[in-house]
Design a protein. Structure first.
Length: 178
C-alpha cells in the first residue's frame, strides 16, 4: 500500500436494512466493518457512505459510526452517481477501500469502474457479502482477476498504522481486540 495514510478513502456501500438481513454471514461482516470504520475515524481518514434507492436506511450499527450523510444512488456502480463521482474527485484518494453489500453487484461494479478511472482498489473481503455464498466467492475471484487487491479489515488497519510506535496505536489496539 501507499505509505501516506492520507491517500486512503473508505467507501461503505449499501449496508441497508432491507438487504442486510438476507446476506450470508452478515453478523461477522458487520463486526469486521465496524472495526474498519472505527479505525478510519481514529485516523481521521475520509469515509463515503452510499445507499441504493428502495432498500431502506443504512443499518444503525454502521450509520451511527459514519459521520457523513449517505449518498443516494440508483446505479449499481457508485461511480454512476454524479454526487459520488464529485465527492471522490474532491477527496482524490490514491487507494479506495471497499466494504459493503452485495459483493457481486455494487461492490464488483464499483471496483471495476474505479480501476478504469485509475484508482488502486482494495476490497476488505471480511467486510463484503452477498445473499448467496457462490455469488460472493465468484465476485472475489473476478475482483482479483480485474486488479482489485484482496485484504481484510485488520490487514488494512495495520498497513495504515505501520508501527506500534504510531501515536494512535493504543486506540487502534482497543478496536482490533474489541
Amino acid at each position: 500500500m501507499v505509505t501516506n495514510s492520507n491517500d486512503f478513502l473508505l467507501i461503505v456501500i449499501d449496508f441497508q436494512e432491507k438487504l442486510a438481513k438476507h446476506i450470508d454471514g452478515i453478523n461477522s461482516i458487520i463486526e469486521s466493518s465496524i472495526k474498519l470504520i472505527k479505525a478510519f475515524n481514529i485516523f481521521e481518514l475520509p469515509v463515503i457512505l452510499t445507499e441504493q434507492i428502495k432498500l431502506g436506511n443504512t443499518i444503525q450499527e454502521i450509520k451511527s459510526l459514519v459521520n457523513v450523510e449517505p449518498i443516494q444512488k440508483h446505479t449499481f456502480s457508485c461511480l454512476g452517481c454524479e454526487e459520488f463521482y464529485r465527492k471522490i474527485k474532491e477527496v482524490n484518494p490514491k487507494i479506495c477501500i471497499l466494504i459493503g453489500i452485495e459483493a457481486h453487484i455494487c461492490i464488483l461494479q464499483t471496483a471495476l469502474d474505479l480501476i478504469k478511472e485509475g484508482y488502486k482498489v482494495y476490497v476488505a473481503i471480511d467486510c463484503i457479502g452477498s445473499r448467496n455464498k457462490i455469488d460472493k466467492d465468484v465476485a472475489i475471484q473476478r475482483l482479483i482477476m480485474e486488479g482489485a487487491k484482496p485484504a481484510t479489515a485488520e490487514m488494512i488497519i495495520y498497513e495504515i498504522l505501520k508501527s506500534a510506535k504510531h501515536e494512535k496505536f493504543k486506540k487502534i489496539l482497543e478496536i482490533v481486540k474489541g
